[in-house]
Design a protein around this ligand. Structure first.
Ligand SMILES: [Zn+2]
Length: 81
């Protein structure tokens, strides 16, 4: 299996810098805490759909793998004929 490489996630507008969004959570009697709730593109202000982006990246990786397999099949078939 191929080594999984890290990759920079880009917005659909092409921007690659994001601002962090946080949710503020108040705990009665214990103050407040924050939780990262998402990222906003610095170029177009669109919120990044992380679930969609990671699924897309995974699908692209599988597509590339599939293309490799197809090439291998093609190679083997041309060898036999
Ligand atoms: Zn953007």
């Amino acid at each position: 299996m191929a080594i999984k490489r890290s990759e920079i996630i880009k917005c659909t507008c092409g921007g690659a810098e994001f601002s962090t969004l946080v949710t503020l959570i108040r705990h009665p009697g214990q103050g407040m805490s924050t939780k990262v709730s998402g990222y906003v593109c610095r170029m177009c202000s669109e919120k990044v759909d992380l679930e969609r982006e990671s699924k897309l990246a995974e699908l692209r990786r599988r597509k590339a793998e599939l293309e490799e397999v197809e090439m291998e099949i093609e190679e083997m078939e041309t060898q036999n004929s």
